[in-house]
Design a protein around this ligand. Structure first.
Ligand SMILES: NC(=O)c1ccc[n+]([C@@H]2O[C@H](COP(=O)([O-])OP(=O)(O)OC[C@H]3O[C@@H](n4cnc5c(N)ncnc54)[C@H](OP(=O)(O)O)[C@@H]3O)[C@@H](O)[C@H]2O)c1
Length: 324
C-alpha cells in the first residue's frame, strides 16, 4: 500500500483525499517511482475542478522526482535505482509511490536536487516548447507574458531573457512586480491596476509585440490580441481566470492576419526524443545558471487542499512542491 491523493468526484479543494492505494506492478513500458518531491501546477486545479475531464476515481498531479523502484520488461534506458524526474499524464504524481510511462521520465543530472527537478519539469518543458517550438523567440522580438511572477512565469522569463528578447510581463499585484523584474522582465505591468493594452502600446511605441503568451485566458484574451502587431502570434496556453469564450475569427484574428494557437504540453512531447531534447535543454539552463530556481513553498501531501487554495487565490509566487 502507498499513500496518494485520490479524487472520487471533481470539485473544490476539499475533494482531494489522502488515501491508501495498492499500486500493483508496472506494465512493460512503465516504471514505478518512489517520489521524493512533487510539483504543484495550475493545471492540477483544472483536473480537480472538472474544467479538464478525468475518469474517476483518479489520482492527480503531473510532475515529480524520485527513485525508480521497479521497471517494466520493455524499458531499456532506465534502471532500478535511477534518480528520475517526469512530467505528463496520466495524473497521479501526488503520491508517495506511483506508476508512470517510462517515456516521460528522465535521469536527473548530478548536482540537481530532487526538489529542483520536481519543480521544473512541467514549467520548464512548457517554457522550452513555448520559446523554441510554438514561436521561435529571437533577440529581435518584443514579447508579452501574462502572470510573469507565477510558476511557469519565473522560469519562462529567465529563459526568454537569456535569448536576448525584450520581455514585457504582467502581474496581479504590486508585490509581484519586483519578482517579475528579478526574473528578467524588462517591463512589468500590474494588470489589476493598469490598462495593460495601453501600457504595451506605449512601451512598443504603438508597434505591438510579436507574440503574446497568455496562460490567464478569459480575462486577458481580447487585450492580448490588441497588443499584437500585424501577423503576430497569439499563444493561448492556459486559463487561470477561466476558459475562453469562442473566438470570433473575423473580429479578433482577421484584422491583423494574426496566428492563433492553443498548445498543450502533451502534443509537444509525443516521442522519447522530444522528451529527451526538452529535458536536456532545460537541465543545461539550470547547470549553466541561466535559470535559477527559488522554491516558493513546500507542502506535505496531506496539505494538498491548502496548496490548491493558495494557488487559486494567487498566493503562490513561484514554483511550489510537495515533499515526501
Ligand atoms: N498548455 C500547456 O502546455 C501548459 C503547461 C503548463 C502550464 N500551463 C498554464 O500556464 C499557466 C501558469 O501555470 P502555473 O502552474 O505556473 O500557475 P501560476 O502562474 O503559478 O498561477 C496562476 C497565476 O495566474 C494568475 N491569474 C490571473 N487571473 C487569475 C484568476 N482569476 N485566478 C487565479 N489566478 C489568476 C495569477 O497571477 P497574478 O496574481 O500575477 O495575476 C496566478 O498566480 C496556467 O494557466 C496553466 O494552466 C499550460
Amino acid at each position: 500500500m502507498t499513500k496518494a491523493i485520490i479524487i472520487k468526484k471533481q470539485g473544490g479543494p476539499e475533494v482531494l483525499e489522502l488515501s491508501d492505494i495498492n499500486l500493483g506492478k508496472p506494465g512493460p513500458d512503465q516504471i514505478k517511482v518512489k517520489n521524493i518531491a512533487i510539483g504543484l501546477n495550475y493545471i492540477d486545479t483544472y483536473h480537480r475542478s472538472g474544467l479538464y475531464p478525468l475518469s474517476l476515481p483518479s489520482g492527480i498531479g503531473l510532475e515529480g522526482a524520485g527513485k525508480i523502484i521497479e521497471i517494466g520488461s520493455n524499458v531499456k534506458d532506465l534502471s532500478v535505482g535511477d534518480n528520475v524526474s517526469y512530467a505528463g499524464g496520466p495524473p497521479s504524481s501526488y503520491a508517495e509511490e506511483r506508476i508512470l510511462p517510462a517515456q516521460i521520465a528522465v535521469k536527473i543530472p548530478d548536482g540537481v536536487s530532487h526538489k529542483i527537478a520536481a519543480s521544473i519539469m512541467t514549467k520548464g518543458l512548457t517554457s522550452f516548447y513555448l520559446l523554441y517550438k510554438t514561436y521561435k523567440v529571437t533577440s529581435k522580438d518584443v514579447i508579452l507574458f501574462h502572470a510573469a511572477a507565477g510558476g511557469v512565469g519565473q522560469i519562462f522569463s529567465q529563459w526568454a531573457k537569456s535569448l536576448g528578447c525584450k520581455l514585457i510581463g504582467t502581474v496581479g499585484s504590486d508585490e509581484k512586480i519586483a519578482i517579475a523584474k528579478e526574473n528578467g522582465c524588462d517591463h512589468v505591468i500590474n494588470y489589476n491596476k493598469q490598462d495593460f493594452v495601453k501600457e504595451v502600446k506605449d512601451i512598443t511605441k504603438g508597434n505591438g509585440v510579436s507574440v503574446v503568451y497568455d496562460g490567464v485566458g478569459k480575462n486577458t484574451f481580447h487585450g492580448s490580441v490588441e497588443c499584437l502587431k500585424t501577423r503576430g502570434m497569439m499563444v493561448s496556453f492556459g486559463n487561470a481566470s477561466g476558459p475562453l469564450d469562442p473566438v470570433n475569427v473575423p473580429k479578433d484574428i482577421q484584422p491583423k492576419s494574426l496566428f492563433l494557437t492553443r498548445p498543450s504540453m502533451n502534443n509537444y512531447f509525443t516521442t522519447r526524443d522530444e522528451v529527451l531534447e526538452g529535458a536536456a535543454k532545460l537541465f543545461e539552463q539550470i547547470k549553466f545558471g541561466k535559470i535559477k530556481i527559488k522554491i516558493f513553498k513546500e507542502y506535505k501531501l496531506a496539505e494538498a487542499k491548502q496548496a490548491h487554495e493558495d494557488l487559486e487565490s494567487r498566493k503562490i509566487n513561484g514554483p511550489a512542491i510537495f515533499v515526501i
